[in-house]
Design a protein around this ligand. Structure first.
Ligand SMILES: [Zn+2]
Ligand SMILES: [Zn+2]
Length: 252
């Protein structure tokens, strides 16, 4: 199968399915595949370990690996070497972080402040570094390029595209990919449709959330919910990306 097909098939499937944001549903699937990958035999492979020893996983993906509750041994071994690698880098830096005491002879010296900030930056960078994020971002870039390609070349794709309201972070992804990949004439076709579906998405949610709040008025108690019942979660998914915290089942 050509590389292009590998990405085209899932993009078409996502846009043909009845989901809120197709890019969210693609991302969930890719992310889950990589979570399983890192909890599978790869966790023991030297090539993978060289990377995960250094990077560990970001807070979000560590949480998701934890919730999977599989391969606890593999996770333990990975964390063991990751902690050691981290300690080897951080301990000497922290041991040398303290400035000398200011004395009458030596006076004040603020060089140590830059050092403290540099160590803090190093910790922040290591906290964020994550091979799952990297791979998911890479795949999502390919998917959004395929969206542009299909939009420009496949007339049937336009209808599939306009039947969805993308979440706002994925609108941003589409805008950037459009800037990078579409010709001016293609962009002239693409952006009005993106704008239209986005405005419709806003309007539908604003109406539904308003009705959600009005349902708290006793005069409306017996009136039907319509589509407003899960409008809080749908708004959160629209404003952010789809996350398990916004799942209707978990917020009853
Ligand atoms: Zn999305
Ligand atoms: Zn991550």
């Amino acid at each position: 199968m050509s590389v292009e097909k590998i990405y085209t098939i899932p993009v078409n499937e996502a846009y043909e399915s009845d989901v809120e944001c197709p890019l969210c549903s693609l991302k969930k699937k890719v992310e889950n595949d990589y979570l399983e990958y890192y909890l599978g035999p790869s966790l023991m492979e030297p090539d993978t370990r060289v990377i995960t020893n250094k990077t560990g996983f970001c807070p979000e993906h560590m949480g998701k690996l934890n919730l999977k509750e599989t391969n606890r041994l593999g996770l333990g071994l990975m964390l063991h070497t990751h902690l050691k690698d981290y300690k080897d880098e951080l301990t000497p830096l922290l041991n040398n972080a303290a400035p000398g005491k200011a004395t009458l002879l030596k006076g004040r010296n603020s060089d140590y402040k830059a050092k403290l900030n540099a160590i803090a930056d190093k910790i922040d960078a290591r906290t964020k570094s994550c091979p799952i994020c990297e791979k998911v971002n890479y795949t999502m870039d390919r998917y959004s390029e395929v969206v542009m390609h299909l939009f420009a070349k496949d007339p049937a794709f336009k209808d599939k595209f306009t039947s969805h309201h993308h979440c706002l972070p994925h609108v941003a992804v589409l805008l950037r990919t459009a800037a990078g990949k579409l010709s001016q004439n293609e962009a002239a076709d693409f952006l009005p449709l993106l704008a239209k579906t986005n405005e419709e998405g806003f309007k539908a949610l604003i109406d539904d959330v308003e009705w959600f709040t009005l349902k708290f008025d006793y005069r409306n108690t017996d009136k039907p919910w319509g589509t407003a019942k899960n409008s809080i979660q749908r708004s959160m998914r629209f404003l952010s990306e789809d996350r398990s915290e916004f799942d209707e089942q978990k917020s009853k």
